[in-house]
Design a binder for this molecule. Structure first.
Ligand SMILES: *[C@@H]1O[C@H](CO)[C@@H](O)[C@H](O)[C@H]1NC(C)=O
Ligand SMILES: *[C@@H]1O[C@H](CO)[C@@H](O)[C@H](O)[C@H]1NC(C)=O
Ligand SMILES: *[C@@H]1O[C@H](CO)[C@@H](O)[C@H](O)[C@H]1NC(C)=O
Ligand SMILES: *[C@@H]1O[C@H](CO)[C@@H](O)[C@H](O)[C@H]1NC(C)=O
Ligand SMILES: *[C@@H]1O[C@H](CO)[C@@H](O)[C@H](O)[C@H]1NC(C)=O
Ligand SMILES: *[C@@H]1O[C@H](CO)[C@@H](O)[C@H](O)[C@H]1NC(C)=O
Ligand SMILES: *[C@@H]1O[C@H](CO)[C@@H](O)[C@H](O)[C@H]1NC(C)=O
Length: 507
């Protein structure tokens, strides 16, 4: 394409060379015959240029607008993402902090109680015994001294009397002048008594020092575990919903369990649950025991303990969490408030009772737990269901249920299928998945309702064989409900029976 401007430049060059004959090379403008054309073209060019420029400007502005819009949208997306990530991190940090503070509280209070309640008592007791012992020895020595001094005086006075209980052979008539021998004997006796006293004291002190050392080593081990847990938590995957004991990897969990078991054998250790009682006294009969789920000596609770078969003690160690049955104690109302389900209600061992979500959380967070349900259907007899992993989260997460590892002879794993991961609900605290209805109100009992349930073991008793009524039920084969009139829910540390057997047979 030919540019019209080139023609103009060409013409100017021709014009300049035409006038170059002038000596001083003065430029004489030459009339350009095409000036008007150039002017028009110039004008035209400006118009074209203007149009072109406008077009270009429009194009450019359009592009800029689009780019800005795109940038805006990317920016807002990034902002949303960033704040979500931040929230997530803050949440996780919050959980980790709570968990650390809880572990810290538990261990601090346990150590406090251990020292206050146990070590100090032991020392006081030992001191009392030593003092008593020393008193007895000293008064015996005093008696002997008095007796011997009398004899000595008598001897010196030429009075060879007999004195039963004296250091002298009872029949011997001590000749005058043998007072040196008597002194020797007295001195020997005193030396022997003092030596025996000393060795006795040494034994006592060794024992006390052993007790103190062993408690130190347990505390050290626990501290090590806490710092491991701490490391694990800060490395990020503190939260899981998968059901394994959160924040503990297998090897740490195993070590922790074995430390807790050792602690169990320390004199004065507070039993946390029925398995601790069972471990210490396997022969103890099934019944009510005091336990300290939070390891706080000022917070004991009564629990009903299932201690196992006479001939298979490893079947025991269970803390009964829930009991439903119709007895002469009368029926217990299970339509209760959040606070009551947290605290527990009913009298363990008598009629019906609920253990309490607070204590259940304290137990199942310290180590992995297993549970067993024993149920009686009004027409079909007995059933059982067991879960090798059971955990109840804390109140800030509404005591969410973590459960898996089903075995049993009900034909449907109704609990983990429907209730795993569900928070607890009561008539005054609706945490279920239905927005229209509070499942706890429509079923009148507290439970880990979802929308709403496949199991509801705190509902009212059946008054007929109607399997569709809202009574205590467990969803079974072909979506037929088991209707129950007797229920036991019990819990103990996971894998307890194997560890108990190893312990019983000397590891
Ligand atoms: C070119 O434009 C100028 C002013 O913009 C005008 O005075 C002139 O007459 C125009 N020339 C032609 C040839 O149209
Ligand atoms: C645990 O508690 C003690 C005292 O109660 C405190 O000094 C310590 O910093 C706490 N540790 C953590 C990790 O919270
Ligand atoms: C000799 O000993 C007897 C019995 O201990 C006592 O009754 C008696 O008074 C003593 N005699 C003298 C001289 O001290
Ligand atoms: C658990 O942690 C220990 C060290 O803290 C590590 O050696 C082990 O491999 C871990 N186990 C699993 C299953 O992650
Ligand atoms: C509980 O047992 C009593 C006495 O056997 C009986 O009268 C009552 O109907 C039972 N209640 C329920 C809800 O089964
Ligand atoms: C389920 O197991 C229990 C023992 O726990 C047994 O008594 C019962 O007969 C079994 N029920 C069925 C339906 O197999
Ligand atoms: C459960 O208790 C609440 C509060 O007392 C009451 O409003 C509700 O009617 C009760 N539900 C049943 C089924 O009794």
């Amino acid at each position: 394409m030919i540019n019209y401007r080139d023609f103009r430049v060409l013409w100017l060059l021709v014009a300049v060379s035409a006038s170059s004959s002038s000596a001083d090379y003065e430029y004489t403008p030459v009339e350009d015959p095409l000036q008007s054309v150039w002017d028009r073209l110039d004008n035209l060019s400006q118009e074209i240029f203007k149009v072109f420029q406008e077009k270009l400007e429009n194009q450019f502005q359009q592009l800029q607008r689009e780019m800005n819009e795109k940038l805006e949208s990317v920016k807002s997306k990034v902002e949303v993402k960033t704040s979500a990530i931040n929230n997530n991190i803050m949440n996780n940090l919050g959980h980790v902090d709570n968990k650390m503070a809880e572990i810290n509280r538990t261990i601090t209070s346990w150590m406090q109680n251990y020292y206050d309640g146990h070590v100090r008592n032991d020392l006081d007791e030992a001191r009392r015994k030593i003092e008593e012992h020393v008193d007895v020895k000293i008064s015996a020595l005093e008696n002997k001294f008095v007796g011997n001094i009398n004899i000595l005086m008598n001897l010196l006075a030429g009075n060879a009397s007999r004195s039963s209980g004296s250091l002298l052979p009872s029949d011997a008539t001590v000749p005058a002048g043998s007072s040196a021998l008597v002194e020797q004997r007295i001195s020997n006796t005193v030396t022997t008594a003092v030596t025996s006293l000393e060795s006795n004291l040494r034994d006592q002190l060794t024992h006390i020092s052993n007790v103190v050392t062993s408690s130190h080593s347990i505390v050290d081990t626990i501290n090590t575990h806490v710092s491991k847990i701490n490391d694990k938590l800060s490395s990020g995957d503190g939260e899981t919903g998968t059901g394994t004991h959160s924040c503990l990897n297998d090897s740490i969990a195993i070590e922790l369990i074995s430390t807790l078991e050792k602690a169990r054998e320390t004199p004065g250790f507070l039993p946390r649950d029925c398995s601790d009682h069972h471990w210490q006294q396997p022969e103890a009969p099934t019944g009510v025991f005091q336990i300290y789920p939070t390891m706080d000596s000022k917070a004991p609770i009564s629990a009903f303990c299932e201690m196992g078969d006479e001939n298979a003690k490893e079947t025991g160690g269970w803390t009964v969490i829930l009991r439903r049955r119709n007895t002469t104690f009368g029926l217990t109302n299970f339509n209760r408030t959040w606070a009551e389900y947290r605290q527990g209600f009913g009298i363990p061992g008598e009629g019906e009772w609920w253990f309490g979500l607070g204590a259940l959380h304290a137990l199942t967070y310290r180590q992995p737990y297993e549970v067993r349900f024993l149920m009686h259907d009004i027409e079909r007899g007995y059933f059982h269901a067991s879960y090798s992993n059971f955990r109840v989260e804390d109140e800030t997460r509404n005591y969410r249920l973590i459960v898996n590892g089903f075995t049993g002879n009900v034909s449907q794993d109704a609990l983990s299928t429907k209730h795993h991961g569900s928070p607890f609900s009561t008539f005054d605290r609706d945490n279920d998945q239905l927005s229209s209805v509070n499942c706890a109100v429509s079923n009148s009992g507290g439970w880990w309702f979802n929308s709403c349930y496949y199991t509801t073991l705190t509902a009212p008793f059946p008054t007929s064989a109607n399997r569709d009524a809202k009574t205590i039920r467990w969803l079974n084969d072909n979506n037929l409900w088991l209707v129950l009139d007797d229920v036991v829910l019990m819990a103990r540390p996971a894998g307890y029976s194997a560890r108990f057997n190893a312990h019983l047979h000397g590891e």
